[in-house]
Design a protein around this ligand. Structure first.
Ligand code: PGA
Length: 256
């Protein structure tokens, strides 16, 4: 955790979820109606098909709803894409950009990710910008070099602590059940904090840095307790309300 920074527990549903899954969003929306929500934000990013209905389910809940990607342009001939404006129009508040699955599946570059983050700001959304090394890069001892490059090239110069959340997701930890050691997470987050502070000053000190990659109820307490880890980006375990809420509630202990 970082002093005076409000953690964010975010779920990324990826290409999972049909209308039947709205029950899980309802349960999460109910489950986060606790005093803890004043101290910890909760966000679910369902597929775009569910965005508008999902936000309607959160009318009387502190649960926030976001999207998983946006196009860098506002509108136009881009079949299959959605814009930041469309997400905001559905009452979405956040958008994930630069997830490693998009960097791989759609050959997204740091430059494109930065343009998408700028488009998110323009639409009034908070951008969750993902960074993280592959297994090969880690083996080659390049983890911090990769993080430095991705942070400097994917995070816009106009980023602020309010408009931007960084998510550190080691690619090899995503969906594998394997996580880095707590020492390695601490080292990576401390490194990223120093980079953000040197570039953004006091905003860099307050910018949230989430950890993502195989976060589950059983490891969330120790991961979220690490210095400079300001929340989680959760894939698989966010699909089930009970697991997501169990992760959210680790902050009851951590903030007690
Ligand atoms: P996971 O995914 O929690 O299933 O590992 C995390 C992510 O890709 O955001």
């Amino acid at each position: 955790m970082t002093p005076n920074v409000r953690p964010l527990v975010a779920g990324n549903w990826k290409m999972n979820g049909t209308r039947a899954s709205l029950d899980q969003i309802k349960a999460i929306a109910e489950g986060v109606k606790t005093p803890l929500s004043e101290k910890v934000e909760a966000l679910i990013c369902p597929p775009a098909t569910l965005l508008y209905v999902a936000t309607a389910l959160c009318d009387d809940s502190p649960l926030l709803i976001g999207a998983q990607d946006c196009h860098q342009n506002k509108s136009g001939p881009h079949t299959g894409d959605i814009s930041g404006e469309m997400i905001a129009d559905c009452f979405g508040t956040h958008v994930i950009v630069g997830h490693s699955e998009r960097r791989t599946d759609h050959a997204e570059t740091d430059h494109l990710v930065r343009a998408k983050a700028e488009a998110a700001y323009e639409a009034g959304l908070t951008a969750i910008i993902c960074v993280g090394e592959t297994a090969d890069e880690r083996r080659a001892g390049q983890t911090l070099d990769i993080l430095k490059r991705q942070l400097s090239s994917s995070v816009p110069a106009s980023a602020t602590a309010a408009s931007t959340v960084i998510a550190y997701e080691p690619v090899w930890a995503i969906g594998t059940g394997v996580t880095p050691t707590l020492e390695d997470v601490e080292k990576a987050h401390a490194f990223m904090r120093a980079e953000l502070v040197s570039r953004f000053g006091s905003d860099g000190r307050k910018m949230r840095i989430l950890y993502g990659g195989s976060v589950k109820p059983s490891n969330a307490g120790e991961l979220m307790g690490i210095d400079n880890v300001d929340g989680a980006l959760i894939g698989g375990a966010s699909l089930k309300a009970s697991d997501f809420l169990a992760i959210y509630r680790v902050y009851e202990q951590l903030l007690a």
